[in-house]
Design a protein around this ligand. Structure first.
Ligand code: NAD
Length: 428
């Protein structure tokens, strides 16, 4: 099928590259010329395992990128909206990019005679596809949804770092629609997928995405709360959660306690769901607490550090890991951000290391020191904080070069045995 992808970020690039690898003709549209150039050169604008290989294989063949909506809509039969849906200052979803993309597509549908389906893949709060995207598409095109063109909602569940794998091997595919013809077109794209395909109305599809993320975020905050209690009781929370996770009703995933969740999805999606609940006069206590526990974890880590280094002024503190998790260069809502902020507020000198994400963190903290290896970061440091679960940190053995070998581990990456360090785990 001929597909256009609107927005070439994490979701759009992966969706475009994977649909191309399945034999479709894909045109990606973005408003950012650098991203378009990068895609056309076969260079991923973001890091994702396996993405470069896919772009190299398909760019210039059945995958290309453009700034031109006319070109993209004229030469495709289905468009996936993959633009950002950030949180506004009041904590509610900001739909400005979805509105813009819908208007841009609608204007091009005006003069298009063949049937076209528009699919919202961005994470949007329930009722957005029906009450925001569809009316804009109708107004801009002068046509009727469900008659002249189709609309659907197909949430994305990929994990950053494993996005290509997850797109090709999802646990499930959710196709939302209030129009069976459009839903059938979307479903045909996933022919050959072995996972369950759930067909629901659009607002149910939108809600499934939020509830999935809110539940996973809840599991993490729950595990952090348990970890905070276990640490005080001298109980190994990881053993506890191993025992808990063996219960098939619970599952062993997302039970690791630590510094908390970050990324472009969990914090913003939990906030947006709280905001949507407020619109319908409901205050979700549990979800609010999930965010509170998450915000509390970086403060806990600082408290532990100050037990060992009470005065942080002018102390050299190594922060290992800046990405919000391993195997990605994404720092959005990374827990390293509040950690570094608090260190700087206390007058510490921060030396930061991350194998991929330093260039992004430089935009947030341009004035801290960035080094190229974890060993360099540890050199002469008064303490070290592990903020991201990069596998390489498990092999670190240069703590002897620190001025004071204080290690505060937010991700259970360092095994203190035989290392001659002063070790403190955030929840263990
Ligand atoms: P992103 O910020 O990485 O990329 C979005 C892209 O859209 C950018 O390249 C931007 O330039 C482009 N863009 C903005 N306005 C545009 C417009 N009017 N026309 C064309 N392009 C435009 O975003 P992302 O992380 O890929 O997230 C996209 C959506 O998918 C969000 O709703 C997000 O919540 C959801 N989502 C993200 C993930 C994830 O892991 N990142 C997973 C599932 C769902």
């Amino acid at each position: 099928m001929r597909i256009s992808i609107i927005g070439t970020g994490y979701v759009g690039t992966v969706t475009g590259a994977c649909f191309a690898s399945l034999g479709n003709d894909v045109i990606c549209v973005d408003v950012d010329a650098r991203r378009v150039e990068s895609m056309n050169a076969g260079v991923p604008p973001i890091y994702e395992e396996g993405l470069e290989e896919l772009l190299k294989a398909h760019a210039g063949k059945n995958l290309r990128a453009t700034l031109d909506y006319d070109d993209a809509i004229a030469h495709s039969d289905i468009s996936f909206i993959c633009v950002p849906t950030p949180t506004d200052e009041g904590g509610k979803i900001d739909l400005r990019f979805v509105r813009e993309a819908s208007r841009s597509i609608g204007q091009r549908l005006k003069n298009k005679s063949s049937y076209h389906v528009v699919v919202v893949k961005s994470t949007v709060v329930p009722q957005t596809t029906q009450s925001v995207a569809t009316p804009i598409l109708e107004e801009a095109s002068g046509k009727k949804a469900g008659v002249d063109f189709g609309v659907g909602m197909n949430p994305e569940f990929l994990r950053e770092g494993k996005a290509v794998h997850d797109f090709m091997h999802p646990d499930r595919i959710v196709i939302g629609g209030d129009d069976p013809k459009a839903q059938a077109v979307i479903k045909s794209l996933y022919k050959g997928y072995k996972c369950p395909i759930l067909e629901v109305d659009t607002k149910t599809a939108e809600m499934i995405k939020y509830v999935s993320n809110a539940f996973l975020a809840t599991k993490i905050s729950f595990s952090n709360e348990v970890g905070n209690i276990c640490k005080r009781l001298g109980i190994d929370t990881y053993k506890v959660m191993e025992g808990v996770g063996l219960d098939a009703r619970i599952s062993p995933f997302f039970l690791n306690s630590g510094l908390g969740f970050g990324g472009s999805c969990f914090p913003k999606d939990v906030k947006a769901l709280i905001g949507k609940a407020a619109d319908v006069d409901y205050e979700p206590q549990l979800l609010k607490t999930v965010l509170l526990v998450n915000d509390h974890q970086p403060q806990m880590l600082l408290k532990l550090l100050k037990i060992h280094v009470p005065d942080l002024k002018d102390k050299r503190i190594a922060v290992l890991g800046l990405a919000f998790k391993n195997d990605t260069d994404d720092i959005r809502e990374s827990r390293a951000i509040p950690v570094i902020g608090s260190l700087l507020a206390e007058g510490a000198q921060v030396v930061a290391y991350d194998p991929m994400a330093s260039r992004h963190m430089k935009k947030v903290y341009p004035n801290i020191e960035y080094v190229k290896t974890a060993d360099e970061a540890l050199m002469d440091a008064d303490a070290c904080i592990v903020a991201t679960e990069w596998a390489e940190f498990k092999k670190l053995d240069s703590f002897g070069n620190m001025r004071r070998p204080v290690v505060i581990d937010g991700r259970k990456m360092i095994d203190p045995k035989g290392k001659n360090i002063i070790y403190e785990g955030i929840c263990w």
